[in-house]
Design a protein around this ligand. Structure first.
Ligand code: C2O
Length: 471
């Protein structure tokens, strides 16, 4: 098996995803191999005297896009990822190898199982924090370097794939990516200001699961910047089954994790849920030795207790593109829907938008998850206006988001329905005040390396409402 498998692993990455990784990941996901105990046979150790010392066992995660190629923290990361990758090359089912780690993501994120799925809900932030925490521990153990820290990639500062992730013999590279070195993340993917002022944790980070027959409620960070950048990178990253194979996953999620702490730091009114159901929820993982372990959400709320902190929580110097409002392109693939709103509240909503005293949201009730990722922009206009009319009652930008699929078509176990919401910005006040019926247009967005999809996005209703009336 090893000979044959090793050959496959060394063959082109694209074939690898199709032929091996999915089947290997599935085998790992279903088998005991992943959860079996395993000693670390790799005791590779290099001298890293230049690494920063850890203050009280707390390592500092830094922005990978700002580091020099010979930065010791980056070299330690590359070495450690290289060790995990080698373990999987020697034995694809190695429980302490890179593919076993990637499989954990597949098990909880690509799944159709209602109870296991952590995306589209308020478990999104804590589960991914735990996932990176155990990766950090595995990497520290792999090179016996307790001061090794994961990194984050602040795409608002550096909206291209950082140099650290490119290069032929670089363990952090991945040849399946569809975005190139020169491609630039579109400005509207990273509209951080509206994310960071989302008042409630649920709107920000996702809603509780209610029941298998009810749709999931996705938080704004997940549906927009998180999903959109996964999809924009493409290749392994645009599919939850394979996303964590690409080491850029930990840089991307490192920044998503950082948004959580940054959101908490924005205002004393920003708080994590205090519901027992949230705090006592526990996740199954494997530790640095590949041994099963679990962790509760309440033990994931303070990064220092997990042994790390961020060098900076600052998103205030958002690059000049933040707040950008693209115009619609129009075309056959757009979907237009009437917007429901309570006419009696309309003037109050318009005033609230102007003065900012109450938050107004657009709720897209029940997207059916497609089987391919779809990036969308949403526009509001007076009903019947064509998308190219640009007066104040014509198409006005609301949000950009991406719908990522889960599971495979023939094994759908749950109704994969989700609800998305987005802030209605102050620039929409005139449209609200005009008193005429409104429509929303959902336009698919072209993503590097892929044709513009014409697959219809299914949405049941689109409503405009006050955020504080939502629950
Ligand atoms: Cu579970 Cu960014 O994915």
């Amino acid at each position: 098996m090893d000979q044959k498998n090793n050959k496959k692993i060394q063959s082109s990455r694209r074939n690898f995803i199709k032929s091996t990784s999915l089947s290997t990941l599935t085998a790992l996901a279903s088998g005991q191999a992943l959860l079996a105990s395993c000693g670390s046979e790799n005791k590779e150790k290099t001298s890293r005297s230049a690494l920063p010392s850890t203050a009280g066992g707390v390592v500092t995660r830094r922005d990978i896009s700002q580091l020099k190629p010979d930065d010791p923290s980056l070299m330690a990361l590359k070495d450690a990822v290289g060790v995990l990758r080698k373990r999987s090359e020697r034995m694809s089912l190695a429980p302490d190898g890179w593919f076993a780690y990637a499989t954990l993501h597949n098990m909880f994120c690509f799944t159709n199982s209602y109870s296991r799925q952590v995306h589209f809900t308020w478990l999104f932030f804590p589960w991914h924090r735990a996932y990176l925490h155990f990766l950090e521990k595995k990497l520290q153990a792999a090179i016996q370097e307790p001061s090794l820290a994961l990194h984050y990639w602040d795409w608002t500062k550096y909206p291209r794939i950082p140099e650290a992730y490119w290069g032929k013999d670089n363990p952090l590279s991945d040849s399946t990516r569809l975005a190139s070195r020169e491609d630039h993340i579109p400005d509207d993917y990273m509209n951080m200001d509206s994310h960071l002022r989302t008042p409630s944790f649920k709107g920000f980070g996702g809603f509780p699961k209610i029941s298998p027959t009810k749709p999931f409620g996705e938080g704004v960070v997940e549906q927009s910047v998180h999903n959109s950048i996964h999809n924009w990178i493409g290749g392994n990253m645009d599919n939850f089954a394979t996303a964590a194979i690409d080491p850029i996953f930990s840089g991307h999620h490192g920044n998503v994790d950082r948004i959580w702490d940054s959101w908490l730091a924005q205002s004393p009114a920003h708080k994590n849920p205090i519901d027992e159901e949230f705090l006592n929820y526990s996740f199954d993982f494997t530790n640095e030795w590949g041994k099963p372990t679990n962790i509760q959400v309440k033990d994931l709320l303070d990064t220092k207790k997990l042994g790390y902190q961020f060098e900076s929580l600052d998103f205030s110097k958002m690059y000049e593109g933040a707040g950008v409002r693209p115009s619609p392109k129009g075309g056959m693939a757009c979907l237009t829907k009437d917007v429901n709103l309570e006419e009696s509240k309309r003037q109050e909503m318009a005033d609230a938008l102007k003065n900012g005293y109450r938050r107004v949201i657009l709720v897209m009730d029940r997207f059916k998850l497609p089987f391919i990722p779809i990036c969308i922009r949403v526009f509001l206009s007076v009903k019947g206006k064509s998308l190219t009319e640009t007066d104040t009652l014509g198409a006005q930008y609301v949000t950009t988001a991406t719908i990522l699929p889960v599971g495979v078509p023939d094994t759908a176990l749950v109704e994969k329905n989700i609800i998305m919401q987005a802030e209605v910005g102050p620039h929409l006040a005139a449209l609200m005040a005009c008193g005429q019926p409104l429509q929303a247009t959902v336009e698919p967005v072209k993503v590097p390396g892929r044709p513009l999809t014409t697959t219809a996005v299914e949405i049941k209703h689109i409503n405009i409402e006050f955020d504080d009336e939502k629950e």
